[in-house]
Design a protein around this ligand. Sequence first.
Ligand SMILES: [Zn+2]
Length: 1005
Amino acid sequence: MSFTLIEERSVPEIDSLARLYRHDATGARFLSIINKDENKAFGISLRTPPSRSDGVAHILEHSVLCGSEKYPVKEPFVELMKGSLNTFLNALTYPDKTVYPVASTNTKDFYNLVDVYMDAVLRPRITEDTFRQEGWHYEVDPETGALSYKGVVFNEMKGAYSDPDDLHDDLCRRSLFPDTAYGLDSGGDPTVIPRLDYATFKAFHEKYYHPSNSFIYYYGDDEPEKRLAFLDAWLAPYSRIEVASLPGLQAPFAAPISLTRTYEGTEPKAWTALNWALVEHGDQKTSLGLSILAHILTATPASPLRKALIDSGLGEDLAGFGLEDSLRRGAWSVGLKGVRPEEVAKVESLILAELSRLAEKGIDPDTVEASLNTVEFALREKNTGRFPRGLAVMLEALNEWLYDENPIEALSFGASLEAIKKDVAAGERYFEALIRAWFLDNPHRSTVTILPDPEEGKRRQAAEKAELDAARAGMSEAEFEDIKAAARRLHDLQEAPDSPEALASIPSLSLSDLPKEPARIPSEKGEIASSTLLFHDLPTSSILYLDLAFPLDGLRDDLVPYIGLLGRALLEMGTDALDYVTMSQEIGKHTGGIGATAVLTTKWRRKDAAAFFVVRGKALREKTPKLFELLESVLLGAKLDNKERFKQIVLEEKAQSEASLIPSGHRLVGLRLLSHLTAADSLSERINGIDQLFFLRRLAGRIDSDWEGVLADLRAAKGAVVGAAGMIVNATMEREEFEGLKPALEGFVAALRQGSAAEKAQNAEAAEGAKAPGEAAPNAAAAQNAAAAQNAARSMALVGAARGGLLVPPALELFAAPSQVNFVGKAYPMAAAGAAPSGAFLVAKKYLDTTFLWEKVRVQGGAYGGFSMYDLNSGIFVFLSYRDPNLEKTLDIFANASTYLAALDIPKEELTRAIIGTIGGVDSYLLPDAKGFTSLVHYMTGYTYEDRQAMRDQILAASPEDFKALATSLSAAQPLSIAGALGSKQRFESLPKALIENAKILTLM
Ligand SMILES: [Zn+2]
């Protein structure tokens, strides 16, 4: 046996057996988690603390996935994306570690992924060209001869530095540990990245990418003994070396520090936060206690510190990174964004005063109980959504393991949680003591502020240009020619396809490994108190997941944008019986959470929208009566007339919407394009898109000038939604447990129907009454309603016309925001141009994403990414890029996709791979609650099991002809295609005249 077993322990918190090993020859650490989870996970992690902000660890993370000894293709990572059933495939750089995780439910696929990742990490074929492509290099403008910087990480980080939230969080974190690796930016500062040279880069790899510096992890239902044999074979060639990689500890601050920086912005808005260094790893009770305390202080509307900050009106929303526990010492950060620069100092005093008040007077016990319950519910439910549970467990283990503490201990939170609950129950002021020890009496604190500077962008560009000019001036002609030659060589390498032999080295499944039929989600349709009931018999560990879906059909058109706010208005403004703080405490104490969302999607094989407002709640079986009671009081008794509270919610939503502009520019551009083409997306744009942002800005002003009007709208929106006929009740739980709850559920649904009908009648009466006293106002309102109704009719007609090709939306819409990079999109309404929807197009799409778009937009274009979307329901094909230095060039690439597909002669193996990858996407792994919700959406859109089978058959039978058919359909839709981009005003000014002449420009910020 070449591994020594250090510890074996059952961990009931994650239903697993954990074994911790050390590899004898190399010292490699190995954590083996054995359980019944079919979503198997693997990761190899290395400690990689940087010594400069040149992005070396990050560029290396990208580069090792660019070909290895056993898999000598340009990008094995992309080949795996193309043709595997993975449920997760990525690599991540942290301030002190680099993590290579994969996951899959298919055992053969899982082994393949692990093999490719081990080879990539231990034996990559990194060349100087890899470094230049992924890191940075010079490009020469063929016309002017001017130099510019290019590189995938370079642009990725320019994007990150364009986002004030990202910039501020990063400065906050770094400010606490200035003398250690944590004081640097492991992602890379775009102004420092060009200082990195290849030799330094290579040396970094040699130092840290060794088994002796590795943390290897397996999780799931695969055979545990095989893991050992497999790893031993990989590690055998290595012997142990000493790697000094444990990140240093910052000397404690003697007194708090403060620092101020600038960001690119024109409005007088500052970000400011207080940050504290917390406990070092190894003290689980304190770490867990601090994370519960963070929840108590800021996570809910009842949280005292959040409430004090928001009520102060000093800013629009909370700022700061919150609780950070993936560093050697924990840290916590809280503040405000959207603060008037002259009021920044008030935020710090307010936070300290509120913390003192809480430490002295004590925290409301109901808030403590609510947070304890919420955190415990989340720890036990482990609902990681789309992110594999096994990888969430790995990251938790690494939080201790990376610092030479016990990873199994990190997963066994039960005892610490019980100890905390005991202290609280015994009346010890446990959390108050933590506030004193770690916040009030802790001088290791920083205050970090960023202020807007409209000149920042120009100054940065000028500095970059001066640097490039100086570099050019310092070059001899020979050196300049070398640079041109190197850029050409890189371009040629990027253009050269992998040889068939090299591609054959990438392990792949065959079509026969794929299930021929789509997985069935158990679903039964019935009735409950005259409403539709959908029930999904799935194991949920005694949790009831309940969705109440209200159709939006009867909603007045001018009220549509309120749907984006309705969930928070219902849940966070209190009810007739409870104020909003108490309501929030009740939800926290008794449930796993209540939230709301909107489902807006095109119906299957139809043009109209499935539009629903869905309230979602979850609770343990014994707490379900309380869940029903709370839902009823929120839906029937929500008090909407608290003007100040509603304004806070609107300002927070506005700030969040603004904050999402740059990180999710591609999402906004994509939605905006689609909104011109389908009814569902047109609604979604008004609820989730750029239109929503403009609505929120108008609304913030209107609350002050016309609160009565706003309140009437809110009430009307609530009445139309909650009172709508056709509510669907969607429940997910094990049958036996659910049967026991049914009578209570039935009573709840009946009460809800009755109550909303009564409320509707009352509303109608109130509206009648309002008409009586005067004439002018109600008439004006009536006229407005009539106009709105007409608007609704017109907008639907326009959407319909656009699909027939009669109406031409702007050919190019440009959205201006202070961003160093662009987000570019182009949409092709193929169905409108006569192409029948086909599942086979999804295969061509997958192939396009991982070949043409990856190479042209990312590898050669230097963008962080480019991809496409195809919606079978609407038959629309969309191309998008993100963090893209280019704009018009990218639009050309999108336009050329059809030419590429038409000329393509796809090898059979490549086609098979694309089919497997497509099925992998369709069969994505879902936790029980997500299965239940997905089934609900299928029901809403009329997407049957037979439809899914038909689509699957088309995918499995995809042929080269389908690729040609997609090319033809894209060409046919070209005259109807529309484009959009988010970027900076200066960048738009440099666009060719022909493009800008027909463009519509909208300034977002
Ligand atoms: Zn990256």
